[in-house]
Design a protein around this ligand. Structure first.
Ligand code: 5AD
Ligand code: SF4
Length: 458
């Protein structure tokens, strides 16, 4: 039996995969530990979306390897790499890093216990990696959690206090092939999970007391349209209606979406489903049609703005957030000005912005001319500075309003809660509030990344 510690990098898909790995390992008798120093199995669940994300993984891997080599007692520690870097660079890791004893691809982690057994019987990382075929489906919920499910206190150490808020993977992979994106290479083609299985998992969490569900996929809008395992035929909007029927679920969120697949039917959900949170993360990536074309995003700036208008028409209070890449190959000053102009037009509540980096196997890695690093840096700063001002303006719009908030964390200093629109709200200490409970709060002050509020009623 191993004492294991999982360190997670990257997106919510990875966070969710780590939770599942914890479950699977626990159900096979392995024990999670809170401190890496107590672990005899250290597993890094890695991200390769951007150059910087991957560098972080390799630098931690280097530190752990040095630590392991220096100390005699540490020889028994199993260093394992899972996730996107393992999927993409698995062969390289096996070759160059003999200290890494397990390499677990994004479609192999359901076999972790078997991998550990193979390791114990003397197989090498490469032998184990090659012995196990990737899973092209997500195993049924019941099978996944079999033994661990009904054990008392089966909750995961990383989310023990977060039971009220659960993430459910509805699909894996992506078929979009945006020219800059590594995901189709690290997560494979799009596969939708059977709706009955998803609904069963949501019901299970609702029975356990969950009030908020986030449906996860690289491109949730195309759920059910590709490669769905035989099941009730539902698209993403239908799935939302079905999740909303489950007792106890008060908030429904989802991520991520490609604007190109955002249907009118999905917009209608914001009118029809009261549990659907008024927040939409709609990555635009660039405001320039020329760049969007090179990115193979399959929409224009005009179409994007139409979708934004449609969403606001269906849900006037909706908060919009986005992702932006600056310095894509060939991006001119004029192209970047178009991105800034789109920011002014939409006035996103929040955005995540990144400097473009070449990723292995992507088409844009061969595109020229590359934008010089100082130019990328300057564009990123310009974008982020303006976004900060806009976020503050947006947050100020909330001041004076009363919002329903869900309490997420309670610290000595105060309480952190969240609105349906995904705004972080800081509340003063309050005797009657508990995590996972709702309260009505009057917003009193706006900051750039959060607001302050006073509790009106609980
Ligand atoms: N370079 C920079 N940013 C990227 N993203 C994805 N691929 C790259 C890349 N090669 C960003 C996109 C995406 C977010 C998750 O990461 O903005 O939406
Ligand atoms: Fe990173 Fe993409 Fe993998 Fe998520 S799916 S961990 S964002 S590379």
């Amino acid at each position: 039996m191993k004492k294991f510690y999982i360190k997670t990098f990257g997106c919510q898909m990875n966070v969710r995969d780590s939770e599942i790995m914890v479950q699977i390992l626990r159900s096979h008798g392995h024990q999670p530990v809170m401190d890496i120093a107590d672990a005899d199995l250290i597993l890094l669940n890695t991200c390769s979306i951007r150059d910087k994300a991957e560098q972080k993984v390799f630098s931690l891997l280097g530190q752990l390897r040095d630590l392991r080599q220096k100390s005699a007692n540490n020889q028994d520690i199993i260093l394992a790499v899972a996730g996107c870097v393992a999927q993409q660079e698995g062969e390289k890791i096996c070759k160059r890093m003999p200290d890494v004893r397990l390499v677990v691809g994004t479609q192999q982690f359901y076999h972790l216990p078997e991998m550990i057994e193979r390791l114990e019987s003397g197989q090498s990382a490469r032998e184990i990696r090659c012995a196990l075929a990737p899973d092209f489906t997500i195993p049924p919920f019941q099978k996944l959690f079999h033994a661990g499910m009904d054990q008392p206190g089966h909750s995961l150490p990383c989310s023990a206090q977060d039971q009220f808020k659960q993430f459910v993977t509805i699909m894996q992979g992506c078929n979009n092939f945006c020219s800059y994106c590594v995901v189709p290479h690290t997560r494979g083609r799009e596969i939708s999970r059977p709706a009955t299985d998803i609904l069963e998992e949501v019901r299970f969490y609702a029975d356990q007391g969950a009030v908020e569900i986030t449906l996860l996929g690289q491109n949730v809008n195309s759920y059910g349209t590709t490669n769905q395992v035989a099941d009730i035929r539902v698209d993403f909007a239908d799935l939302l209606y079905r999740v909303a029927e489950i007792d106890g679920i008060k908030r429904i969120r989802f991520t991520s979406s490609n604007p190109h697949d955002l249907s009118d039917k999905l917009m209608q959900c914001f009118k029809d489903i009261k549990q659907l949170c008024p927040h939409f993360h709609l990555p635009v990536q660039s405001g320039s049609n020329q760049v969007l074309k090179q990115m193979n995003r399959k929409y224009t700036r005009e179409l994007y703005l139409e979708k934004v208008a449609g969403l606001r028409e269906h849900c006037p209070d909706i908060a919009l957030s986005t992702d932006v890449i600056v310095g894509f190959p060939g991006e001119s000053d004029q192209d970047f000005a178009q991105t800034m102009d789109l920011l002014e037009t939409v006035k996103f509540h929040a955005s995540f912005s990144f400097k473009y980096s070449d990723r292995p196997h992507t088409r844009s890695a061969s595109f020229t001319p590359k934008v010089a690093e100082p130019v990328k840096k300057e564009r990123l700063q310009t974008f982020q500075a303006r976004q900060d001002q806009i976020s503050l303006e947006r947050n100020r719009e909330l001041v004076g309003s009363v919002q329903e908030v869900l309490v997420e964390q309670i610290h000595d200093q105060g309480i952190q809660a969240r609105t349906g629109s995904n705004h972080i709200v800081h509340l003063g200490p309050h005797a009657h509030l508990k995590t996972g409970k709702f309260a009505m709060a009057r917003i009193t002050k706006a900051g750039m990344h959060s607001v302050q509020a006073e509790v009106e009623s609980t």
